[in-house]
Design a protein around this ligand. Structure first.
Ligand code: PXP
Length: 247
C-alpha cells in the first residue's frame, strides 16, 4: 500500500490570511499523524506566503515520522533545509505569480546545477526527490543528477478528472497511462516512484493502484475535508481509500 504524506501548507495559508497564530500547521501535523499519516510534507516558499521558518523548526521538534521539505533550488532555502535535516528534500519549480505549483521541474534544463544540489543534500544524509512531469527525458535527467526519488506531477490527471467527472473518460485514462509509464521508467532507473498534486477522495484510487508507487503527497483535499470532518478523520478516510485501491 502506498504511504500517505499529508501536506499541511494549506493550514498555514489560512493562518496567514489574518497573519495571526491560528490555525497552527504544527498542530495540524500532530493531528495528521494521529489520523495515520505516514509523513508530513510542507513547502517553504521564497515569498513565505504560507509556511514560515519557525513553523519548520517547530515541526522538526514535534513530528514523529518523516518530514518532506518541498523547496525551489534557491541557496538560502537549501541551506535552511540542510540545517533542518528532513528525511527528504523535494525540489519543485516556483514562480511568484502562481497560486500553487504549476508543472514539474525542468531537471533536463539544469542538470549541472541540480547535480550539485543533490550532492549537497546527500552530504547531509537527505534524500532528494524531483517533482517532474511524466516525461522520459526528465526521468533520465533526474537519474543523471543523482536523485533517488521522482514524484510524478498528477495535476494534469486531476484536471482531466475535474473536467469530465469520470475516471473512465479517455482523457483521464490517457493521463493515467502517462503517469503509469513514467512510474515504470522511474522504477527501471532504480529510483523511488512517488506521485502527487491535485489528488482527492474521488481520483486517488487509480493512482494508489499503480504498481510500484511508494508515496502519495496530498494536501488540499485532505485539509478541505478536515474543515467538515476534522483532520484525523480526513486522513483516516484517505488512508482507507488508498488501502482499498491497492488491495
Ligand atoms: N506534491 C507537490 C510537489 C506539491 O507542490 C504539492 C502542492 O504543494 C502537492 C504534492 C500537494 O498537492 P495538493 O495540495 O493539490 O494535494
Amino acid at each position: 500500500m502506498a504511504r500517505l504524506c499529508v501536506n499541511i501548507d494549506h493550514v498555514a495559508t489560512l493562518r496567514q490570511a489574518r497573519r495571526g497564530t491560528e490555525p497552527d500547521p504544527v498542530w495540524a501535523a500532530v493531528q495528521a499523524e494521529l489520523g495515520g499519516a505516514d509523513g508530513i510534507t510542507f513547502h517553504l516558499r521564497e515569498d513565505r506566503r504560507h509556511m514560515q521558518d519557525r513553523d519548520i523548526e517547530r515541526l522538526r521538534e514535534v513530528v514523529q515520522g518523516p518530514l518532506n521539505f518541498e523547496l525551489a533550488a534557491v541557496d538560502s532555502i537549501i541551506d535552511f533545509a540542510c540545517r533542518i535535516r528532513p528525511a527528504m528534500a523535494m525540489l519543485v519549480p516556483e514562480r511568484r505569480e502562481e497560486v500553487t505549483t504549476e508543472g514539474g521541474l525542468d531537471v533536463a534544463g539544469q542538470v549541472a546545477r541540480l547535480r550539485n544540489v543533490v550532492a549537497k543534500f546527500a552530504d547531509h544524509a537527505i534524500r532528494a526527490s524531483a517533482f517532474i512531469d511524466a516525461e522520459a527525458r526528465q526521468i533520465d535527467a533526474a537519474r543523471a543528477c543523482g536523485f533517488s526519488v521522482c514524484e510524478i506531477h498528477t495535476g494534469p490527471y486531476a484536471i482531466a478528472h475535474n473536467t469530465h467527472h469520470r475516471l473512465d473518460h479517455p482523457d483521464v485514462a490517457r493521463e493515467l497511462d502517462r503517469i503509469a509509464s513514467g512510474g515504470r521508467l522511474i522504477l527501471d532507473a532504480g529510483m523511488q516512484f512517488n506521485a502527487g498534486h491535485g489528488l482527492n477522495y474521488r481520483n486517488v484510487g487509480p493512482i494508489a493502484a499503480l504498481p510500484g508507487v511508494t508515496e502519495l503527497h496530498i494536501g488540499h483535499s485532505i485539509i478541505s475535508r478536515a474543515v467538515f470532518d476534522g483532520l484525523r478523520e480526513a486522513v483516516r478516510e484517505m488512508k482507507r481509500l488508498i488501502g482499498e485501491a491497492s488491495s
